[in-house]
Structures are given as structure tokens and as C-alpha cells.
Design a protein around this ligand. Structure first.
Ligand code: ATP
Length: 217
């Protein structure tokens, strides 16, 4: 395995704001499957949901503060450089082109995203460019909502983490990650109501929210 190319994982999100529900499961996943590098990919105009409240520059600044000094994480702002919606499949295809066909790529999502994956643009192509690394998220069912989607999941599941490093794409890994109830929606709501968010996101990000008066309106 010494000449194998290490699995590179990506975590896309709106990060409006970034919080421990993104960071802690991703860190646990990294430990579990021996992942050395996770690239955070802030979305530009998320296709499936309302537009972010914080600007792209603010969301980037918050990600930078959240990962400062943590070598596991890096930031890729490519989706913010386009004027079009961020389609994960297109970003992954671009990365595949850059990194070559042998590079194992993993896209990290929460259980909620797995359940709604069939709404994503060209979702059926995702596994031809990457593995899906799924983190637990409390409050969401374990099972897919139709037998057909469950069959799709079962057909790609693996419980052998070494395969994620040996194959470039095509597998789904259901990670044993800590349950974190935090959502960005909840944080924005708490800020609006003047409630503390101390244990929900890094202190440096909270200080940034305060400095910029974010989610107060
Ligand atoms: P919002 O509340 O604004 O919808 P969010 O908190 O769900 O935002 P996103 O930036 O949309 O955060 O999420 C990016 C990715 O992180 C998604 O794949 C999502 O499933 C995952 N994720 C977010 N929060 C958690 C959490 N608490 N536990 C596990 N995964 C999470």
C-alpha cells in the first residue's frame, strides 16, 4: 500500500455558519477510516434550499477561523468563484480531472443529505466519481424512504474501510460518528432570539458573528 494515493475527502456545505455538527463528525470519521485530509467546500448558490444569510466572504472567513491550526482540514473556495449554482457532481468531476482516475475521492454528507440525495442534480453519477461517506445525524431515519432507494444503498455499502482507500469511487460508508444535534438553522434562530450558542460552534466563529452582527436581523 506504500505507493497508494491517500483517500481525499470533501465536505460541502453552506456553512451559514460552520458548526460542530460539521466538524466533530468529520473528525471522528477521519479517525475511523484513517483519513488525513478533508477539504471544506463552501457552496455558492445552493440549489436545494434558500440562499445563505451570510455573504460568501463571511462564510469563508468563518470556515477559516474554525479550521485554523487544524491540519486535518483545508478550504477550497472554487464553488464561490462561479456565478452559477454549485452542483456537487460538477465540482467532483473537476476534481477527478485534476487528480486523475486513480485518486480515491470521498464526499462526506450527513444522514439527512443521504435521504434526500435523489433530489441532487445527476445524483446517480455521484458514485462514479467518489465514495459517499455518511455521518450520523440525530432525528433522521436510518432507512431510505423507498425500497428502490434502499436497494441502491445496499448495493454500494461497504464495511471494509480499506476498500475506500484502494478503490477510487463507488462505495458508501455509514460512519459511526457522534450524534450532534446542532444545525445552522438552529444557530441562526438562537442568535435572533439572543440565546447563547457557546457549545455549538468554535469560540472564534462566535466572536466573528458578534463582530459582524450576523443573524441578528
Ligand atoms: P441548515 O440548518 O442551514 O440547513 P446545516 O446545519 O444542515 O444547515 P449545511 O452547511 O447545510 O449545514 O450542511 C452541510 C453538510 O453537513 C450536509 O451534508 C449535512 O448533512 C451535514 N451536517 C450538518 N449538520 C450536521 C450534524 N449536526 N450532524 C451530521 N451532519 C451534519
Amino acid at each position: 500500500m506504500s505507493d497508494a494515493i491517500p483517500l481525499h475527502a470533501l465536505l460541502g456545505g453552506t456553512f451559514d455558519p460552520i458548526h460542530f455538527g460539521h466538524l466533530r463528525p468529520a473528525q471522528a470519521l477521519a479517525q475511523q477510516i484513517n483519513l488525513q485530509q478533508i477539504t471544506l467546500l463552501p457552496n455558492n448558490m445552493p440549489p436545494h434550499r434558500p440562499q445563505p444569510e451570510a455573504s460568501a466572504a463571511q462564510r469563508v472567513a468563518m470556515v477559516e477561523l474554525a479550521i485554523a491550526g487544524n491540519p486535518l482540514f483545508q478550504l477550497d473556495t472554487r464553488e464561490l468563484q462561479r456565478q452559477t449554482p454549485s452542483y456537487t457532481i460538477e465540482t467532483l468531476e473537476a476534481l477527478r480531472q485534476e487528480r486523475g482516475n486513480a485518486q480515491p475521492l470521498g464526499f462526506i454528507i450527513g444522514q439527512d443529505s443521504l435521504l434526500t440525495l435523489h433530489h441532487w442534480y445527476r445524483w446517480q453519477d455521484l458514485l462514479s466519481v467518489c465514495h459517499l461517506l455518511v455521518c450520523k445525524r440525530p432525528g433522521y431515519p436510518q432507512k431510505m424512504d423507498t425500497p428502490q432507494r434502499q436497494r441502491w444503498l445496499d448495493a454500494h455499502l461497504t464495511t471494509d474501510a480499506t476498500l475506500l482507500h484502494r478503490q477510487p469511487a463507488g462505495l458508501i460508508w455509514l460512519a459511526e460518528t457522534p450524534l450532534v444535534t446542532t444545525s445552522a438553522t438552529d444557530i441562526r434562530q438562537r442568535r435572533r432570539q439572543g440565546q447563547p450558542c457557546d457549545d455549538l460552534l468554535p469560540a472564534a466563529v462566535i466572536a466573528y458573528l458578534d463582530r459582524h452582527g450576523l443573524y441578528r436581523g
